[in-house]
Design a protein around this ligand. Structure first.
Ligand code: SF4
Length: 156
């Protein structure tokens, strides 16, 4: 395990994005930060800056007005990055499916790595999803390093 992989696994930085749900899952996510669930004991840090984030947690189906903003946020995150869709309406469109003001499921807008369904979703499920997201993040990091090594060998 590289030092970067170790550090990231011990302290993933998370960008929380509310893209237009009913706010139910939003409250569940916020409860993950309270002393009862306390994700910060795993080193999880909630950042406001996409340039510092490893994991994007999206709640709610993306509204048409928010599509450009969320794409912009995603593009600002450095590689490797992981996107987590939290809540049934984020994973599938849920009760907002077919609604004129929404894009539907999050994967219509961004590449989603981890799906955490539930309406509303439980904090334990969000923590489970985060653990999965960390594994995927490290997997992506390894792939990037392998590609770099292969490229360097090709040039030499
Ligand atoms: S999944 Fe359900 S509870 Fe969560 S934001 Fe969507 S509608 Fe609200």
């Amino acid at each position: 395990m590289s030092i970067i992989e170790f550090a990231r696994k011990k302290s993933p930085w998370v960008l929380h994005v509310n893209a237009g749900g009913c706010n139910g899952c939003n409250l569940e996510l916020l409860s993950c930060l309270t002393p009862r669930y306390d994700v910060s004991r795993f080193g999880v840090y909630n950042t406001d800056n996409p340039k510092h984030a490893d994991v994007m947690i999206v709640i709610g189906p993306v509204t048409l007005k928010y599509k450009e903003i969320i794409t912009n946020l995603y593009n600002q995150m450095p590689d490797p990055k992981v996107v987590m869709a939290v809540g049934t309406c984020t994973c599938t469109g849920g009760i907002y499916q077919g609604c004129y003001g929404h894009c539907g499921a999050l994967d219509q807008v961004l590449p989603v790595d981890v799906y955490v369904p539930g309406c509303n979703v439980r904090p334990e499920a969000i923590i489970d999803g985060l653990v999965l997201a960390l594994d995927m993040l490290n997997e992506k990091e390894r792939k990037i390093l392998e590609d770099k090594k292969a490229k360097a060998k090709g040039v030499a």
